[in-house]
Design a protein around this ligand. Structure first.
Ligand code: 8YV
Length: 316
């Protein structure tokens, strides 16, 4: 009998799921009508042995409890802050994620956002389309990146890939993370100290309880009216209300954000600000990254059900 797998999230192309159906009995929750989903939880969930989910959908303890035969949760994404690891581990359920394969593309987006906000590309695009060039409306210059300080919050794989790119623009790198990391001379003692030294603060840290709203009003004030926040990590890392307030009042210069506290809801106040660039959580959304993430996700399931070690288990 094919192992039964419940599939959450909407990142799975039809062809990929069709191919997977040769090996597994799939229950694609996002495609079920509410009545179908209710029947699934009542009758079929008890047989489900594996779950495919995304970094943002994850799985909490109450959902996991609906699957008494669950053996593995394969996460499509590197971040596992939406997965209740303690609840799953208490039941010896294997959890896998997709590290490394998205690092370069996520770092590319961080740098793209930094450049976009630094050079005010959205406003300049509106300037041309709005006919203001023809009107010879004056333009104010932007600031050069060369010699400016990029403070990286979270100096892991993605943070380091961002640093490599920003060094090529002549930027100085500093970082903060709780644990000692590579290049100890560049580490600052606190996030506020890092922000105070930085022209750009780039959040690359994992989400979760340890980093919840770590970028608060005090950190934003340390970054200051000439400073810019770039967030490609998790919305939960920033106190969003404090961010809106700091941007609207001019206490913070600008922000470029790919992630938000309550996605897909982006505070209306941010829509209306000119010193902000917004993207809809797309760091890993390239054909190449998504293909490799999907393959790794599926290969983790395959390995588990073939009785082999999984390829990328989330370290305990
Ligand atoms: C995805 C992510 O947007 O890897 C992560 O942690 O947030 C992103 O790559 C998401 O997990 C898609 O499944």
């Amino acid at each position: 009998m094919k192992p039964a797998i419940a599939v959450y999230g909407n990142v799975w192309p039809d062809e990929a799921l069709q191919a997977l159906e040769a090996e597994f009995a799939l229950y694609v929750i996002a495609r079920m009508a509410p009545s179908e989903a209710a029947a699934f939880y009542e009758h079929a969930a008890a047989q489900v042995r594996g779950i495919l989910t995304t970094g943002t959908v994850g799985i909490d303890a109450s959902l996991a409890a609906r699957f008494p035969a669950l053996e593995i949760v394969s996460v499509h994404g590197v971040g596992v802050d939406a997965v209740d690891l303690d609840a799953l581990r208490a039941r010896d359920i294997v959890v896998t994620n997709t590290p490394d394969v998205l690092t370069e593309d996520v770092a590319d987006l961080a740098v793209t956002l930094l450049l976009t906000i630094a050079r005010r590309i959205p406003a300049l695009d509106r300037y041309v389309r709005g006919g203001h060039w023809l009107e010879k409306r004056p333009l104010r210059p932007t600031r050069s990146l060369r010699g400016k300080v990029a403070g990286i919050y979270g100096y892991g794989r993605i943070g380091q890939a961002v640093a490599t790119r920003l060094r090529a623009f002549g930027m100085e790198i500093r970082y903060y993370q709780r644990s000692a990391g590579l290049e100890p001379m560049l580490r600052r003692e606190s996030l506020a100290a890092l922000a105070a030294e930085s022209d750009f603060l780039v959040a690359c840290t994992p989400g979760g309880a340890d980093t919840l709203r770590a970028i608060d009003a005090a950190v934003l004030d340390a970054l200051g009216p000439e400073g810019t926040l770039v967030n490609i990590a998790r919305g939960s890392v920033v106190d969003e209300a404090a961010l809106v307030e700091a941007l609207a009042s001019g206490r913070l210069g600008a922000a470029a954000l790919d992630v938000f506290e309550d996605e897909p809801k982006v505070p209306q106040a941010l829509w209306e600000l000119d010193n902000v660039v917004l993207t809809p959580h797309v760091g890993s959304l390239t054909v190449e990254a998504r293909q490799t993430m999907r393959k790794l996700c599926f290969d983790n399931l395959r390995a588990h059900f073939a009785g082999k070690p999984t390829l990328t288990p989330v370290p305990r």
